[in-house]
Ligand binder design. Sequence first.
Ligand SMILES: Nc1ncnc2c1ncn2[C@@H]1O[C@H](COP(=O)(O)OP(=O)(O)OP(=O)(O)O)[C@@H](O)[C@H]1O
Ligand SMILES: [Mg+2]
Length: 341
Amino acid sequence: MDAKPQLSRDGEGSPSRERHEALEAGSAGVSSGAVAAGITPAVETLNLRKSYGQQVAVAGLTLAVSPGEIFGFLGPNGAGKSTVVKMLMGLIFPSGGTARLLGRPIGDPAVKARIGFLPEHFRFHEWLQAGEFLEFHGSLYGMRPDRRRQRIAEVLALVGLTNRVKDRLHTFSKGMLQRIGVAQALLNDPEIVFLDEPTSALDPLGRREVRDLIRKLKAQGKTVFLNSHLLSEVEMVCDRVAILDHGRVVRHGLLRDLLGNGQEVELQIGNLTPALRQELSQRYGLLHADGATLTLAVAVREDIPAIAEIVIRGGGRLYGLTARRVSLEDLFVSVVEGGAE
Ligand SMILES: Nc1ncnc2c1ncn2[C@@H]1O[C@H](COP(=O)(O)OP(=O)(O)OP(=O)(O)O)[C@@H](O)[C@H]1O
Ligand SMILES: [Mg+2]
């Protein structure tokens, strides 16, 4: 199921020969078709590494994100997601490897103006009014006053905080702070926006708004690099994902390829004899068993009525049969070893 890494052809500023060698040397390559077609990636890393003393946070990451893609960067707590983004933002130095944004080396000032970033622990100048806070960030981006005014109005409207422009940030709720953080990340109308857990504090309505916002950004041709734990949300918006565990990519690919047509069927069976149970698990993958409840993996839809027949033929009483598509959560749980250390 794991898509093979694809090599990028020579694009402007693309270290494709090094990439080729690194991929041949066996490092995890995460790349998209468009990148293979020679388009300069929006984000590209080559064997990127970060250690803190003995602790390896990122263990040789090679990935490429195409322009216009919504890329989901997933992994359990401590997997290294934020460390990667911080390196890309030039906030911490890699211990090894290289990275490029929009074809330019990280830290290039010309690129900084073209990217937006919502850090995971965003610190706010709480005494500032929302409008003043955005003014401040707009001036950090080097935006001219008239452009700043226009964009502040636009981003406040985008995150639904227009009527809070004069309120001080210390009066904001957690979710409102997260919204203003997203507004800040979009202020300079960036080509790539990095969002590190943008919806963790939001209510369901707020999450949906951010999801819609991400879709809007995609429609405008922007690239979104999304770190998130909220797998159901990632499933709804991302084109491609990489799952990181202990600083390494353990699975990557287009969501539709990763999840494919795989389905699972949960059965509640009365009079479940050992023979019936064995027959079902031999014919279909047994994903989970809990007393009289079995979860089986099925490859094609026709397996579903066939399973019902086997149960009845085997003397079982079928109290429930629920078929569902394999979710990103199922995939995540199956490829990730454990949580935080
Ligand atoms: N400044 C630091 N000093 C030492 N170790 C660090 C530092 N920052 C991160 N780490 C370690 O690097 C590893 C990766 O951390 P990181 O914050 O990148 O994980 P994450 O995937 O973003 O996790 P989460 O989902 O909890 O946000 C962890 O083991 C963490 O303890
Ligand atoms: Mg993090």
